[in-house]
Design a protein around this ligand. Structure first.
Ligand SMILES: Nc1ncnc2c1ncn2[C@@H]1O[C@H](COP(=O)(O)OP(=O)(O)OP(=O)(O)O)[C@@H](O)[C@H]1O
Ligand SMILES: [Mg+2]
Length: 458
């Protein structure tokens, strides 16, 4: 696509000669002979770059620059005559990209143009990327639990305190860690994540602390440890409950002394690292079972943060769904899709054992696989047959319809009868006087499976 350059100069000869140069180089040019025309063209024609003369009658280039900045970030290159070099320099301070001196030299013009356009492309890409990353890690939810979590994050983030984040799988522990880093003074420094469960036990030490070349079999090159990589920033020790005793002792040492000792190395490094840790294990139990060091626990647990499971904050579900629908549609360049109110209400009653991660994946599947732009309860039931309903569906308050009440009652009735008949489908069907096929259909409809009962009892 041709890049479009707006040329602003009150002298026609200059406009024309600039236009010739740019045409020849494959740019498209728009010409403006006055400040007013320039602003109009900037608004309507969306140039990629503006060449702007400083000295013009009525409104000069500096004023035009200021006006432009009110509505556009388009790069501006000032054109300066003999008497206006100082003004041109001042203009770059006020946001002009660069300036050109008259008489205009072809090579210099092209160079400045290329630089300005390259920079514009970069900053656009940057903005895009940042927006995408921010969306991806945006924390959604207005339940009391989320509010108090946000409050705790806001208080703890600006400090360098160690935070221990707990909660079931998929509740958002990593998100919390990233948010703490993002709101801290270390936000521009590295955020280094280590999944302690994913690294084989005999490698985790060199992963965390680094190793010298040849320090053990297979250590063919020197490795810089994660603690050193994170220097000045934050290290996030994920799945902390899965570290061996030996590694626990070493981590404890770093926390106590701020010193890192690479495997097989003679040198000890001092690092300034903020530690965040997360686990979905019950560390109290692990301490009792002597698989987790109590002293390490106390070191890590300076500020505890707990992420509640989704089933304890169902009021977040609808907002999360809307958030994920937008995200998934955006990622796939889909036109707007939406879940009907009924579908959302139905999803609020599901169990979500995999918490927010499961909900996100479910929404992704619905958005991609549903037949039309409106996703209905029936779509949810067919596309998510394995997501089980909540064992005891909460009465949905004012929004509870007769239909829902009837369905809930029917569901409970079916589970009771199945249980009474040891989940033998044929026998249950006979007992309640319905064809087997109908019982299957109902079980499918309500997401009833044998292990539903297990969740009822806890
Ligand atoms: N409050 C939230 N708002 C929006 N998205 C969320 C929220 N919490 C979690 N998510 C999303 O849910 C998914 C799972 O979150 P995350 O990876 O942080 O969970 P986790 O607790 O670390 O899980 P695990 O224990 O399995 O590692 C991610 O895609 C994350 O972006
Ligand atoms: Mg995680």
């Amino acid at each position: 696509m041709k890049r479009r350059v707006l040329i602003v100069d009150d002298e026609e000869a200059i406009r024309k000669s600039l236009q010739r140069i740019l045409d020849y180089e494959g740019y498209e040019s728009i010409l403006a002979g006055s400040a007013e025309e320039a602003i109009r063209a900037a608004e309507n024609d969306h140039p990629d770059l503006i060449l702007l003369d400083i000295k013009m009658p009525r409104m000069d280039g500096m004023e035009v620059l200021a006006r432009l900045r009110e509505f556009s970030q388009v790069p501006v290159v000032m054109i300066s005559g003999h008497g206006t070099i100082a003004t041109a320099v001042e203009a770059t301070r006020l946001g002009a990209f660069d300036f050109l001196e008259k008489p205009l030299e072809r090579e210099r013009i092209l160079l400045v143009l290329r630089n300005a356009l390259a920079q514009r492309k970069l900053s656009e890409e940057n903005r895009d990327l940042r927006r995408r990353v921010e969306n991806r890690f945006q924390m959604v939810g207005r339940s009391a639990a989320m509010k108090s979590l946000r409050g705790a994050i806001a208080k703890a983030a600006p400090t360098s305190a160690t935070v221990l984040i707990t909660g079931e799988s998929g509740v958002g522990k990593e998100l919390v860690a990233r948010e703490i880093h993002r709101l801290s003074k270390r936000q521009w420094e590295p955020f280094i994540q280590v999944n302690c469960a994913a690294i084989p036990e005999d490698l985790i030490e060199s992963e965390l602390f680094g190793h010298e070349k040849g320090s053990f079999t297979g250590a063919s090159a020197k490795q810089i440890g994660k603690f050193v990589q994170a220097d000045g920033g934050t290290i996030f020790l994920d799945e902390i409950g899965d570290m061996s005793h030996r590694t626990q002792a070493k981590v404890l040492r770093v926390l106590q002394s701020g010193e890192v000792e690479p495997v097989g190395g003679a040198r000890v490094f001092t690092v300034d690292v903020r530690v965040l840790a997360a686990t979905n294990h019950d560390l109290d139990k692990a301490i009792e079972a002597k698989t987790f060091r109590e002293d390490l626990f106390f070191r890590l647990n300076v500020i505890p943060m707990h992420c509640s499971p989704l089933r304890e904050r169902r009021e977040d579900i609808s907002e999360l769904i809307r958030h994920f629908v937008l995200a998934v549609s955006g990622e796939n360049n889909y036109q707007e899709r939406r879940l009907t109110e009924g579908a959302i209400r139905y999803m609020e009653t599901l169990n979500w054992r995999g918490n927010i991660r499961e909900l996100r994946n479910a929404v992704e599947r619905l958005v991609i696989m549903a037949a039309g732009p409106n996703i209905e309860v029936a779509d949810v039931k067919t596309l998510l047959p394995r997501v089980k309903s909540s064992p005891a569906p909460e009465p949905s308050g004012e929004s509870g319809s007769l239909q829902e009440a009837r369905e809930n009652a029917e569901r409970k009735y079916l589970i009771d009868k199945l249980e009474a008949n040891s989940w033998n489908i044929a026998r249950t069907a006979r007992a309640i006087g319905t064809p087997r096929s109908n019982l299957y259909k109902k079980m499918e409809q309500y997401g009833i499976r044998r292990d539903v009962r297990e969740t009822t009892s806890n």
